[in-house]
Design a protein around this ligand. Structure first.
Ligand SMILES: C[S@@+](CC[C@H](N)C(=O)[O-])C[C@H]1O[C@@H](n2cnc3c(N)ncnc32)[C@H](O)[C@@H]1O
Length: 286
């Protein structure tokens, strides 16, 4: 299978306009956080964040396939002793744009250093907001199944009569469950909490996420040959992982030094192929 990757040097607010409608299967990205990294690549004031991001999310909505998914890694900053509300405001505004806010995953950073703050504890998790264009999006749940684990021995041994039938949830969630159907199974579906260690020390970027993060979502929401976009590419984690997983990838990055670094890491022949065949078209369009 031909797999292509392309690195676009520039501001995604302009570059996204050049991508085709309904052409991307998965957008996976971590934009600059409000004011967090001022010294490295410029921050956006928290009060201006929504205004800054909405033209970008409008373009992302246009380029995403109706069956595609947008995963946004974002966490609000604490200002004057309280959490800023720009992420919440952004979700509300994106819904007005036409996005469906389907789900929220938690990335638990399991190797955080301990710390001491006067009025809070170590912030050890980040949000991954899932947005879709339609309620019928591609999702390969079997690809991310996990071993049942030891808990099943203790929990399943002592099943109550209630657990053996599909009854109505006692907590009023509206979901019935029949736990006994998991007896004898080795694999189960995961939860929406991902326990992954951070690993940015060796990647020349102060905000790189671990490879396992895009990998999990690429498995869940795409198939080989699909097209993955990261409009805030940074050190190229999404692009490298997508290429390794036989997905086509497009990365946009405003800082030339990161573009140069990523270009060296992806397989050059793929770029050449990409140029020849015409940009931003997936295999399925040819
Ligand atoms: C949080 S970092 C992404 C890190 C990336 N996920 C990784 O694993 O390395 C955000 C990146 O977006 C880039 N950036 C900021 N504004 C941009 C814009 N308007 N267009 C494209 N890239 C931008 C920054 O230079 C930075 O490298």
């Amino acid at each position: 299978m031909e797999i292509r990757a392309d690195i676009i040097k520039g501001d995604c607010r302009e570059e996204l306009k050049k991508l085709k409608d309904d052409s991307i299967d998965l957008i996976f990205t971590s934009p600059p956080y409000a004011d967090r990294r001022k010294n490295t690549y410029g921050g956006i004031h928290p009060d201006k964040y929504v205004e800054w991001f909405l033209p970008i999310s409008r373009e992302l909505l246009r380029v995403l396939r109706p069956t595609g998914t947008f995963i946004l890694n974002i966490k609000e900053k604490t200002i004057d002793g309280e959490r800023h509300t720009y992420v919440i405001e952004l979700i509300l505004e994106m819904r007005k744009q036409g996005w469906i806010w389907t789900e929220e995953f938690i990335w638990h950073k399991k190797n955080c250093y301990p710390g001491k703050w006067p009025n809070r504890f170590r912030d050890a998790w980040e949000r991954l907001l899932q947005f879709n264009k339609s309620k019928k999006f591609n999702m390969n749940q079997e690809e991310v199944m996990v071993p049942m684990g030891d808990w099943k021995e203790a929990r399943l041994r002592k099943l109550s009569e209630r657990d053996k039938i599909r009854d109505i949830s006692r907590v009023g969630s509206g979901f019935g469950k029949n736990i006994s159907k998991w007896i004898g199974r080795e694999m189960a579906y995961p939860t929406n909490v991902l326990h992954l260690a951070t690993e940015c020390a060796n990647r020349n970027h102060s905000a790189a996420f671990p490879e396992a993060l895009p990998e999990w979502f690429i498995k869940l929401f795409t198939k080989p040959g699909d097209l993955v976009l990261d409009p805030f590419m940074g050190s190229g984690t999404t692009i490298r992982v997508a290429q390794r997983m036989q997905r086509n990838a497009v990365g946009i990055e405003i800082l030339p030094e990161y573009c140069k670094m990523v270009e060296k890491q992806i397989i050059p022949a793929y770029n050449l192929l990409f140029e020849k065949k015409g940009k931003y078209e997936t295999n399925r369009n040819q």
